[in-house]
Write a protein that binds this ligand. Structure first.
Ligand code: ADP
Length: 279
């Protein structure tokens, strides 16, 4: 990849994802003049803090099948703390590679106060929720940090009503990549990519075109649904390449940008066609 790379990479908190190899790769790439933004999850840290403090984590399954955490006022505070703690620990580790980081919350968000939850075939309404979705991202703040030579770190938070609310990291990464006009968005997770059969690691889908999206939507279960949605949002937002890659590898970013994992293409995008043809 050339010097004019502007990429966004997201690493999840699911078990198996390895942070250290990604940070090493990012340090090398940033020193080489590539511009990257790192978005991270915080679910592992959130679960840890909740367990330490005896806070029960409540999950809800929406009627469309998305699983999410219910975030009341207390959970919101703990989530903010967890997310910023993850950012800080990444920043410390990057300092060891001589790459300064800036923790940014450049997204504005919208709360979803009331969550619909499907419980035993019945619908329940849960109010007072402090998670939501990203409505806009200040690309200028991210650009300025990169111009100062820093690696911008984005925890899964957005500003709403003067507070930081919990947003999905994959969709934040997609919104940031769109706002920045990024050349590539990489979402790293604990599978080889999007699998045709989630229980069969050898069933990797190598490529998904925007006009055959039904295939991807059918394959994705659980949390993977959100990544597929994020991929679609990024492509619609003008990002040229979107890859879901394997975050358990020794060089996860290299593997993803060089054709590993699942590549999502808006059918008319030329770079994607070239990448596919060269495989
Ligand atoms: P992360 O924390 O890395 O973002 P998630 O737990 O949110 O990870 O999402 C990854 C999980 O999605 C996988 O561990 C897998 O269990 C699940 N999954 C569901 N459907 C698929 C699929 N079709 N292909 C791959 N993984 C899938």
């Amino acid at each position: 990849m050339s010097m004019d790379v502007l990429g966004v990479v997201k690493i999840g908190g699911a078990s198996g994802n390895r942070l250290e190899p990604l940070l090493e790769e990012l340090a090398l790439r940033v020193r080489r003049g590539e511009r990257w933004v790192l978005v991270h999850g915080a679910s592992g840290m959130m679960e840890r803090l909740c367990a330490e403090r005896g806070i029960e984590v409540r999950y809800v399954i929406s009627p469309s099948g998305y699983r999410s955490r219910f975030v009341g006022p207390l959970e919101r505070e703990v989530f903010e703390e967890a997310a910023l703690a993850v950012s800080r620990s990444i920043a410390e580790r990057m300092e060891a590679f001589s790459v300064p980081c800036e923790v940014l919350t450049p997204a504005a968000g919208e709360r979803k106060d009331c969550l619909r939850s499907l419980e035993g075939g019945r619908m329940r309404l849960l109010r007072g929720n402090y998670s939501g979705r990203v409505t806009a991202v200040r690309a200028d703040l991210i650009m300025e940090a990169m111009e100062r030579g820093s690696l911008p770190l984005l925890p899964p938070l957005a500003v709403c009503e003067g507070l930081l609310i919990n947003v999905d990291g994959d969709r934040l990464a997609a919104a940031a990549a769109s706002a920045l006009g990024a050349s590539v968005l990489v979402m790293l997770t604990n599978t080889p990519g999007l699998l045709l059969d989630p229980s069969d690691p050898s069933s990797l889908i190598r490529r998904v075109d925007l006009d055959r999206w039904d295939l991807a939507e059918k394959a994705a279960q659980g949390n993977m649904k959100r990544k597929v949605l994020a991929a679609q949002e990024a492509l619609m937002g003008g990002v040229q390449r979107v890859v879901i890659g394997d975050g358990r590898l020794q060089s996860p970013l290299e593997w993803a940008v060089e054709g590993g994992g699942t590549e999502f293409c808006s059918t008319r995008s030329a770079p994607c066609m070239e990448a596919a043809a060269s495989r």
